[in-house]
Design a protein around this ligand. Structure first.
Ligand code: NAD
Length: 284
């Protein structure tokens, strides 16, 4: 039987520790860390993510400032808001909720965020820091959370074969770099990979970030593998499900994350960790 990695419990424990560290920061610095969250438009999924991020701020004692801009907002207004927040010393972290509506170019907007305040870790500078193993950088939250979940199993990654399915800039590529930092031998698979199962079957650690329900079946997984399911999809009954067919994979895995309750809660906990890290770097 596989062992379930309880992301919710691990995230809750992490948030408890962060709460103490945030309180210590506030006591020693004389103010709380502050996160500015910008959302453009009315995308319902984004609205839920933003709400959860604000709630997490409240839970750990971070001050949050939400900027809800109409879809009709001029990109120049958003750009100026980011510049204003960059210049505001009381703001430690800036997050622009993605995806942005049509008419906004995230590739142009995200690099405007001061890398020291880029708590999502999406800017070129922070991705460069990750690539160069510069620990001062802010790394992206979902991959950081995935690593915490893997490390929580006690598995030593040194020399292990880690297979990452998905090569997005937000998840696949950064988590592959982090696994490499932990001395795993890393293979990245993607939509053009031929015979995906041939690769996934050799994985000691399998991270799946695709966005296709139940793509990974039991016969594609090696006995004893650690399986991390990043995907968020709806199954045929409208229930939330991952990229991994939990039913057939769980018996083979030594450890496996559920969906929901696996990677998701960790992403927000790591956002709080990044906000505190940015705040510590922002102390004058
Ligand atoms: P994306 O769409 O940017 O990238 C998907 C990747 O999957 C691409 O690199 C593509 O090459 C690869 N892919 C597509 N079809 C494939 C196939 N048949 N075989 C192998 N690879 C294939 O997605 P993303 O932003 O990386 O997100 C992936 C999933 O993770 C989504 O379901 C998303 O909702 C979820 N997600 C969850 C969290 C969280 O906090 N839980 C955070 C980010 C993303």
């Amino acid at each position: 039987m596989g062992k379930i990695i309880d992301g919710k419990a691990i995230a809750t424990a992490l948030q408890e520790r962060l709460k103490e560290q945030v309180a210590y920061f506030a006591m020693t610095v004389g103010r709380k860390p502050k996160l500015a969250v910008i959302m453009v438009g009315e995308d319902p999924a984004s609205a839920i993510y933003v709400r959860n991020k604000i709630r997490a701020c409240e839970a750990v004692g971070v001050t949050s400032e939400a900027y809800k801009l109409a879809e009709s907002t001029e990109p120049a207004y958003l750009e100026n808001l980011i510049r204003k927040l960059n210049a505001d010393n009381s703001v430690d972290g800036i997050l622009v909720q993605l995806p942005l509506p049509l008419g906004f170019n995230a590739k142009k907007i995200i690099p405007l965020i001061d890398p020291k305040k880029d708590v999502d870790g999406f800017s070129q500078m922070n991705i460069g820091s990750l690539l160069l193993d510069d620990k001062k950088g802010l790394y992206s939250c979902t991959p950081l959370g995935i690593m915490q979940l893997i490390l929580s199993t006690g598995v030593d990654l040194t020399g292990k074969h880690a297979v990452v399915v998905g090569r997005s800039n937000e998840v696949g590529k950064p988590v592959a770099l982090m696994l490499l930092q932990h001395n795993a031998t890393v293979t990245i698979c993607h939509s053009k990979t031929k015979d995906l199962g041939e690769f996934t079957r050799t994985a000691d650690v399998l991270v799946v970030a695709v966005g296709q329900k139940k793509l990974i079946k039991g016969d594609m997984v090696k006995d004893g593998a650690v399986v991390i399911d990043v995907g968020i999809n709806c199954d045929e009954n409208g229930k939330l499900c991952g990229d991994v067919d939990f039913e057939s994979v769980e018996p083979k895995a030594s450890f496996i994350t559920p969906v929901p309750g696996g990677v998701g809660p960790m992403t927000i906990a790591m956002l709080m960790a990044n906000t505190l890290k940015a705040a510590k770097g922002n102390v004058q």
